[in-house]
Design a protein around this ligand. Structure first.
Ligand code: HEC
Ligand code: HEC
Length: 702
């Protein structure tokens, strides 16, 4: 289904289709739509650079002086020296000549003071973000190894990194603590820290270094930081996810915004992520997308979908053999990759390279297309050595970062679930889409245990037909956190007289559901919250963790679990339960004592009258794991009423970082939750405004 695509015909066909897509979208007449010339974009691509010759000649990489791209993998410009940030081993791997790095001996491994997220490298300097404790480390390369020469403390969970072309400034995102920090690199000191939206991750800078763009793991908004050298201002910009595939007139939600990239001339910003609820055949969760923004104006290149012009509903599409769309656009690949994790602009080809953590692919897309995910140039299947018993690739599971060689003809990829480094030849036969075995180097074994290692690779995997229905656990529980999304859980009749329960992103995606809409289920955060024996599930329906994981395998897919022997499910669930208990890393937590206000809130929480602690028992992770029929919440727009409103007391651990709250995500903040509670849970109607604020201050510390 998602196999490598070959053949000149195929390529021409796809380019023709992307042109058709542009024409069709313009024809649908959205006032915010792109004029065709700008969409095609070929002649406008190199205005800011000094590329000689005809404006249509592809610019050469060196001439564009590409800005320093940080990532899990980063290459020192002008060399083939590559550094790899290996989070699970808390290590940095350095290959002096990555092109010839064919064995582990070609790498030097440096221990770091914490788990690294990204690195940027130039000259003899390497900068690394460390998640917990939050740090920016500066290392100096010396004879194939590296030595720390400085460090600065940062808001915890430091993650994304971008460095200006002149190497004077850097911007770092801190994911859990939702901050962006601007650095003066000459002084190695922070100059400003700004509060931004939930889970900021990828960051990239305009070529003049004045503006930073930040993508988020949760939600469709981007953060823009302007005036970086003066007094930085943060604003949000809505980039509608996969607009052409959204239900008519609607803007979708997004998740997994790990990475973004700018074209070297600053005219296009590419954001790789998931469009939750994008429509298409069997697109129950939505689709992977690369959304394109015009940075100057802050609007999307693709127009919003109007009417029924582009996308057929799945029932109709099923009657046809291939196309999903009236315009004859391809049903396949609806998602040329799953769980995008990193994206790079390949200037020499004006293309984009994206690695998909779920399906272990490196995909090359046409960067000039209105919707690059329908203009697939080729796909490299990087995953190898599929486990015949448990499924999933045992080599190159979950590629999480990539860098390009100086000539842009090799991609260096790191796979985070199996710790493989891969050299992918982009210059050879363009349609040979599988690197040979010699291109892989194993850099480590699972740091916890071999069993946890199995659970780890299954957790990310979206290819094993039993574990997942085309979306890995990490697709909704990234790093064991959550996507902040409220799924539609819908049961409906099947043609063969049975019933089926399915998660879907938007109810419009499945015509049968258009009548029922489904009940609301917010994704649960797992990291650090699954110590208890059980029960699990919002309704406490599964006695143990492994049973909930097994039950989930039937929900998170289109069409229910295929009829496999139960032991196939149980074996996988057992490994994954081990992984989510031992292998996931909990978010950072402030170690300081409670403030006087939070201390007062604690007293309220534990008081007989408020009674929070009777259900949210502090000695068992703030839950008694019993389902209570609380007074029903008002039903949410676009969801069905709950037939039976009894829900398990959720653990309150890590509350602050995971809004919205309740099983249906109806409480957007802790303030609103306490304000609206009255006497629904325990009793809050007697509390003064100060006591409520104190209670919230305490809840934030859990
Ligand atoms: C489509 C998104 C999605 C995918 C994919 C997904 N989950 Fe979930 N998960 C959810 C939602 C939503 C809930 C809450 C629903 C409920 O409990 O009724 C949940 C609940 C859970 C729970 C219960 C937690 C608790 O405290 O009760 C566990 C454990 C879990 N998921 C593990 C997994 C594992 C392991 C995988 C991969 C096999 C997975 N999930 C895949 C969305 C997803
Ligand atoms: C009778 C048991 C019970 C009592 C008493 C109780 N809660 Fe709850 N709490 C629940 C249940 C059940 C839910 C889940 C409800 C839902 O999702 O619809 C919940 C949910 C929550 C949530 C949202 C957590 C999440 O992950 O979404 C917070 C916060 C919370 N309670 C705080 C409090 C506070 C503060 C008090 C005291 C004023 C309190 N609770 C008293 C049972 C209780």
């Amino acid at each position: 289904m998602k196999g490598p695509r070959r053949g000149v015909f195929e390529r021409m066909f796809r380019s023709a289709l992307s042109l058709a897509m542009i024409a069709a979208s313009v024809a649908c007449g959205d006032p915010g739509g792109a004029p065709p010339a700008a969409s095609a974009g070929t002649s406008a691509a190199v205005t800011a650079s000094s590329a000689p010759g005809s404006p249509d000649a592809p610019p050469r990489a060196a001439e564009l002086r590409a800005p320093l791209t940080a990532g899990v993998v980063s290459r020192i410009p002008g060399t083939e020296t590559v550094v790899v940030a290996d989070e699970d081993h808390r290590a940095l791997h350095i290959a002096m000549d990555a092109r010839r790095a064919a064995t582990q001996d070609a790498f030097t491994t440096i221990e770091l003071p914490g788990a690294p997220a990204q690195a940027a490298a130039w000259g003899d300097t390497v900068l690394v973000t460390i998640r917990d404790p939050g740090l920016l480390l500066r290392l100096r390369l010396e004879g194939g190894s590296a030595k720390e020469v400085g460090r600065v403390a940062l808001p915890a969970d430091a993650w994304g990194l971008a460095v200006t072309r002149d190497q004077k400034r850097a911007v770092v995102t801190s994911a859990w603590t939702h901050k962006a920090t601007i650095f003066d690199l000459e002084k190695l000191a922070a100059v400003a820290t700004v509060d931004v939206g939930r889970e900021p991750r990828g960051v990239t800078l305009s070529s003049d270094g004045s503006t930073a763009w930040i993508s988020h793991l949760v939600g469709a908004k981007l953060t823009k930081l302007s005036d970086l050298s003066g007094a930085p201002v943060a604003s949000t910009v809505l980039l509608p996810p996969s607009p052409l595939r959204a239900p008519s007139g609607r803007t979708l939600e997004a998740s997994l915004g790990y990475a973004l990239a700018l074209s070297p001339d600053d005219t296009r910003l590419y954001v790789a992520r998931h469009a939750l609820g994008a429509m298409g055949r069997e697109a129950w969760f939505g689709a992977a997308t690369v959304d394109v923004l015009r940075p100057k104006t802050g609007d999307a290149i693709a127009p919003l979908h109007q009417g029924n012009a582009m996308v057929y509903r799945s029932a109709v599409a099923k009657e046809l053999d291939t196309p999903d769309t009236k315009a004859g656009l391809p049903a396949e690949p609806l998602s040329p990759f799953t769980q995008p994790r990193d994206v790079r602009y390949r200037a020499s080809q004006r293309s984009l390279l994206v690695v998909g953590e779920g399906d272990n692919v490196l995909t090359e897309l046409d960067a000039q297309a209105l919707d690059p995910t329908i203009a697939v140039l080729r796909t490299f299947a990087l995953g190898r050595d599929t486990d015949p018993n448990l499924g999933g690739a045992r080599t190159c599971g979950a590629p999480s970062g990539l860098a390009l060689s100086e000539d842009e003809n090799t991609a260096y990829v790191f796979c985070r679930a199996t710790y493989d480094f891969v050299r992918v030849d982009l210059a050879g036969d363009p349609y040979v889409a599988k690197p040979d075995a010699a291109a892989y180097v194993r850099l480590g074994e699972d740091p916890v245990s071999a069993e946890v290692g199995v659970g780890r690779r299954l957790f990310y995997d979206a290819t094993d037909k039993i574990t997942s229905g085309g979306l890995g656990c990490a697709g909704c529980h990234p790093e064991g956190r959550d996507d902040g999304f409220v799924w539609h859980e819908a049961s409906f009749d099947t043609p063969d007289g049975g019933t089926r329960t399915n998660f879907v992103g938007t109810y419009e995606n499945v015509p049968d559901l258009a009548k029922t809409k489904g009940v609301a289920r917010r994704t649960v955060m797992l990291a650090g919250r699954v110590r208890a024996e059980g029960p699990y599930g919002w309704r406490a329906e599964s006695p143990t963790l492994a049973e909930r994981i097994g039950a989930g395998m039937g929900l998170h897919r289109w069409g229910g679990l295929p009829k496999h022997a139960p032991e196939n499910v149980a074996a996988r669930a057992g490994y994954m339960a081990q992984f989510i208990r031992q292998g996931l890393v909990t978010p950072p937590r402030a170690a300081s004592a409670l403030s006087p206000e939070a201390e007062r809130g604690k007293q309220v929480f534990e008081s007989k009258e408020a009674a929070c602690a009777t259900c949210h028992r502090p000695d068992t992770d703030f839950s008694d794991r019993v389902a209570y029929p609380l007074k029903a919440l008002p039903s949410r727009k676009d969801f069905e009423d709950e037939p039976k409103a009894a829900f398990k007391t959720p653990s309150l651990l890590f509350l602050e970082g995971r809004a919205p709250y309740f099983h249906d995500g109806s409480a957007p903040s802790l303030e609103r939750l306490v304000e609206a509670n009255q006497d629904r849970m325990g009793k809050t109607s007697h509390l003064s405004a100060d006591e409520r604020a104190a209670l919230v201050a305490y809840l934030r510390t859990l």
